[in-house]
Design a protein around this ligand. Structure first.
Ligand code: GRG
Length: 291
């Protein structure tokens, strides 16, 4: 099975389940639905499902863990677009949440999605209480003051200043990498992968997270607004510390290639341990990183 087949099999069900809790007729729920319906790639969900499938576990059981992280990802994008943060009018080719609604509603939609993630995990009957607690711990660590929120704070602090390449890596590892790492850890937990495999998967996630961010930075530099669904070069306007800003476009491209290569090597080592398993689905995520 390839990634597109997995997406085809789950996209409708996933959207239904993501929207299911928000059926009220309030402005808040309309604003939450707006951001969930104008969906992105659901990458963090499919990482969990793909990993479980590769390990021969029923991937449908990964949905609650995936829905929780998708809620947190959606909240982060709504808040990231706010005037106090990156001040973006468009997201995924449509008006950003605070432009379609208003700033207060967008803040509250983000707050509601952040809490809904944990409510969703706590309510599922697919996991034992022990597994739920482990997933909640992983998710709160990835999303919070040591993870994504910390990365966002470092990013805003660094605007207009010159930080080292190492500091840029730490910032992005938290801002973008942490949630992707949660997905890999959640998938490994739900597939009962043991420690040697977990280590390789965690390294894969680290390299993937970095590669994903560099790819995103490069898109901003070289893709049209239409293709990105945003207004280009806002990173430059905000004097962001991006990889192309530090390394130049050719340097960022070769760094991206290096990270992709390292991620592939982790998968190859995994194949060495689990000889009967097929990790094609995980390789497919790397194909997305073409520029
Ligand atoms: C506001 C606490 C807080 C955090 C915001 C994730 C984030 C932190 C900001 C997004 C900034 C950004 C564009 C980062 C680049 C990588 C990235 C996370 C892109 C968006 O994720 P995708 O590509 O988006 O998975 P879709 O639209 O497919 O869901």
């Amino acid at each position: 099975m390839r990634l597109k087949d997995l997406q085809q099999a789950y996209d409708k069900k996933l959207t239904e389940q993501l929207l299911a809790p928000f059926q009220g007729h309030t402005r808040l729920e309309a604003s939450i639905r707006y951001s969930l319906e104008n969906a992105g790639k659901h990458l963090r969900v499919y990482f969990i499902l793909a990993l479980m499938k590769a390990f021969g576990v029923d991937e449908a059981k990964g949905l609650p863990a995936g829905i929780a992280v998708e809620y947190i990802h959606t909240y982060s994008l709504i808040h990231d677009d706010l005037p106090a943060m990156d001040d973006d009018d468009y997201r995924r080719g449509v008006l950003s949440n605070h432009r379609a609604f208003d700033e207060a509603t967008a803040i509250l939609a983000g707050d509601a999605l952040l809490t809904a993630a944990f409510e969703y995990l706590s309510a599922t009957d697919l996991y034992s209480d022990r597994t739920k607690i482990k997933l909640m711990t992983l998710l709160s660590q990835a999303a919070g003051y040591q993870g994504m929120v910390s990365g966002q704070s470092l990013d805003l602090e660094a605007e207009g200043t010159d930080i080292s390449l190492e500091a840029v890596e730490v910032m992005y590892q938290r801002k973008t990498g942490a949630l992707l790492s949660y997905s890999i850890k959640a998938g490994a937990l739900l597939s009962a992968v043991e420690s040697e495999g977990q280590k390789l998967l965690n390294n894969f996630a680290k390299h993937y997270g970095l590669a994903y961010q560099i790819h995103n930075d490069l898109q901003e530099e070289v893709w049209t607004d239409k293709k990105r669904g945003k207004i280009s070069h806002s990173d430059k306007l905000l004097q962001k510390n991006t990889f192309p800003a530090h390394l130049g476009i050719p340097g960022a491209k070769s760094y991206l290639e290096k990270c992709v290569q390292a991620a592939k090597e982790n998968l190859a080592s995994l194949e060495g341990i689990y000889e009967t398993r097929n990790f094609e689905l995980l390789y497919d995520f790397l194909h997305y990183l073409k520029i």
